[in-house]
Design a protein around this ligand. Sequence first.
Ligand code: KG4
Ligand code: ZN
Length: 344
Amino acid sequence: MTIILGLESSCDETAAALVTADGKVLAHRLATQEEAHRPYGGVVPEIAARAHVEALMPLVEGALADAKLTLAQVDVIAATAGPGLIGGVMVGLVTGKALAHAAGKPLVAVNHLEGHALSPRLADPTLAFPYMLLLVSGGHCQLLHVRGPGDYVRLATTIDDAAGEAFDKTAKLLGLGYPGGPAVEKAAAKGDPKAVRLPRPLLGTAEPHFSFAGLKSAVMRAVQSGEHSVEDIAASFQQAVIDCLVDRTRRQLVDATGISALVVAGGVAANSAIRAALEALAADHGVPFVAPPMWLCTDNAAMIAWAGAERYAAGMTDDLTVPARPRWPLDPAAEKARGAGVKA
Ligand code: KG4
Ligand code: ZN
């Protein structure tokens, strides 16, 4: 059975994992940099890159030890090659190239977004192509038609902030610290989602895209008014995000034909309220709903190893000159959404 070593270092998690081509996770190790970045309220690229250098090889060795394997027994090396913070991406990709070269193994350069996009198939091997994917993370908010490895049609994207970015900025405004998503979800559970009137940008519009910048500004005004509790603002904010995600996804589901499931992936997919709302939406439209387990939603190396497995099986390998890419859209043919600040 083909064994794939995956490396991840595109943001603030360093990770190494070993996965088999039939979807068994033999080992996965992860070191988070949360503590290093917390004093700054966000990820500092230079600190991240340095921390990846220190953490990565011990994680690789740890994962190999957990799986009782040597590098010689690994068949394929898969490393994130973008998009992300370029210093961190280079650490993982150069390490992957060095290991591939030293051990004489093929290299697969993985798009981090493809890691998220295919992760549901690692969790659920029965999930068939094509499926509709809501990819919601710290840097991205997209609806995609997933047809196979390397084969994506982007249906919608954000014209300003990503959903996770909105959670992180709201957490900062509410004094909940970094990372923001889990903290906002926890506070929201104790608040009233109807307490604060907040906008739902682009809700119900004919254009397919997402927008969260106006929501963030409204949260700022609610905080400054001093009229609401942190819990009520968090709950109202989370409900506004849910309403936008559900509305935009519904707009696509109405026209969708031949999809096997509605799938959610990316760090924001770890949010239970968002998962529940999407599950209800899928049920409304009579399509199965699939979400990877929480640990597979946030950044990890098992999803990178798995994307490497899928690409390798499809005959897609890379040579050692493959570049690190700070920007790397899954659907290069997609037109720029209106507005500035569109990611990837
Ligand atoms: O996929 P990910 O780990 O990294 C990127 O590729 O961006 O996503 C991180 C994002 C952060 O913005 C974080 O606040 C958000 O996912 N997140 C959450 C939750 N857990 C993580 N957002 C809402 N609720 C959560 N429980
Ligand atoms: Zn990610």
